[in-house]
Design a protein around this ligand. Structure first.
Ligand code: SF4
Length: 393
């Protein structure tokens, strides 16, 4: 009989002890003497416990466990969202201080030229640019924070490896031509599955202490769910984490596609869950809404042929600054904002976001960038100079 892959679950003890306990329930002997690269989610400049990034103490727990085991090297690396300085993100997220405590190197994945990998039997991308440092280590550990995601349902251990893509390669995944005639899923989901065909975590440790629900990955609300999941099976870790978030992995398109392509089960019952009873750790995350305008009355959004990068920036902008925009309402009493290359008509005074709307700049305010971050959209509207002391989001 084939034994089920083991997934370890722990909770109710904070980010550090949750991970210590989850790891203690696994046989880690295969990691001894290995060179280990930890890939957290530190894609944005935000403080710990805001739900944006992995908690530094969850990673500290992994480092302490690995040090006791006797591994050769540990490093932490990230390629954050475009426009974010990785070392600023590490500092604000508490990683600089934590890494110094253990004398661990923090790596900017974008500091060296990428390695171009061909995708065998691709769904949508035939090759992809992966940060070369990823290939300098024996074991890659994905350490995501639990978040719902307005484009991909959730962002967990497998999706976290999109942060191993070089610079703008991440944006390219959001800009692919629609392939509805071939596959029903979004192109982004297909592209993530193509990446997973050449790069998967060897191990996943999920930080579910404070995650993000609703309009994730950047416009949602922080939630304390206080659990951790660890497994050498990347699919098993994500499947169990969905369950603990009150979600069904079978409804997450990229996980469904990857499970079929890699013949990994997407059903909870096919995993050996190590814990007394994981049900007690379930916390129901709010799913992302399907329509932007429902969330923001008084704001008229035009979105024609945009990609999900601009949609994310727009969401974050509306969530953070939307209430202040009533003073910029046009003659119909609404604030007008537009994204996407298909915009052809708009009311005079509309705010056009992103390089794709450049052709409309005579009709209102144009904000360049691909995509511009939310803070830059706000600054352009209110004619404020960028504040060097403020973290752009
Ligand atoms: S400007 Fe916005 S919609 Fe256009 S490609 Fe860039 S991110 Fe996508």
């Amino acid at each position: 009989m084939i034994s089920k892959p083991i997934v370890s679950v722990a909770g109710k003890n904070g980010p550090f002890l949750n991970v210590i306990e989850a790891l203690s329930q696994l046989d880690l002997s295969s990691l001894k003497d290995k060179r280990i690269l930890i890939k957290p989610n530190v894609g944005r400049i935000a403080p710990p416990e805001s739900g944006y990034n992995t908690h530094p103490e969850a990673v500290a727990a992994i480092i302490e466990t690995l040090n006791k085991l006797g591994v050769e090297t540990i490093a932490i690396g990230e390629s954050p969202i475009v426009g974010v300085d990785v070392f600023k993100a590490f500092k604000r997220a508490g990683f600089t201080e934590m890494a110094a405590r253990y004398d661990i190197e923090l790596i900017d994945f974008n500091s060296k030229p990428p390695i171009v990998k061909n995708i065998p039997h691709p769904r949508i991308i035939t090759e992809t640019k992966i940060c070369q440092q990823v290939y300098d280590y024996d074991v890659l550990i994905s350490v995501p924070v639990t978040k719902t995601h307005m484009h991909t349902g959730v962002t967990l251990g497998i999706k976290n490896f999109k942060g191993c893509l070089y610079r703008h390669e991440k944006v390219r995944y959001h800009q692919l031509e629609y392939h509805k005639k071939v596959y029903p899923e979004k192109t982004l989901d297909s592209a993530i599955s193509d990446l997973a065909s050449v790069l998967m975590p060897h191990m996943t440790v999920v930080d579910g202490y404070i995650g993000m629900e609703g309009l994730g990955p950047s416009g949602g609300e922080p939630v304390k769910s206080d659990f951790a999941v660890a497994s050498f099976d990347a699919m098993g870790a994500d499947v169990l984490t969905c369950k603990l978030m009150g979600l069904n992995a079978e409804e997450v398109p990229h996980l469904k596609i990857i499970s079929e392509r890699k013949k990994m089960s997407i059903k909870v019952e096919d995993y050996n869950v190590v814990t007394n009873s994981y049900e007690k750790y379930i916390y129901q995350y709010k799913k992302p809404p399907t329509k932007i305008s429902v969330q923001f009355p008084g704001i008229e959004v035009q979105d024609i042929d945009s990609c999900s990068s601009c949609q994310s920036s727009l969401m974050l902008f509306l969530k953070r600054f939307g209430e202040d925009m009533s003073q910029y309402a046009l003659c119909d009493g609404k604030f007008h904002i537009a994204i996407g290359k298909g915009i052809e008509k708009a009311m005079d005074g509309t705010v056009f976001v992103g390089n794709c709307t450049r052709h409309m700049k005579e009709k209102g305010i144009h904000i360049k960038g691909c995509p511009p971050v939310a803070t830059r959209i706000y600054e352009a509207i209110v004619h404020r100079e960028p504040d060097k002391n403020e973290d752009p989001i």
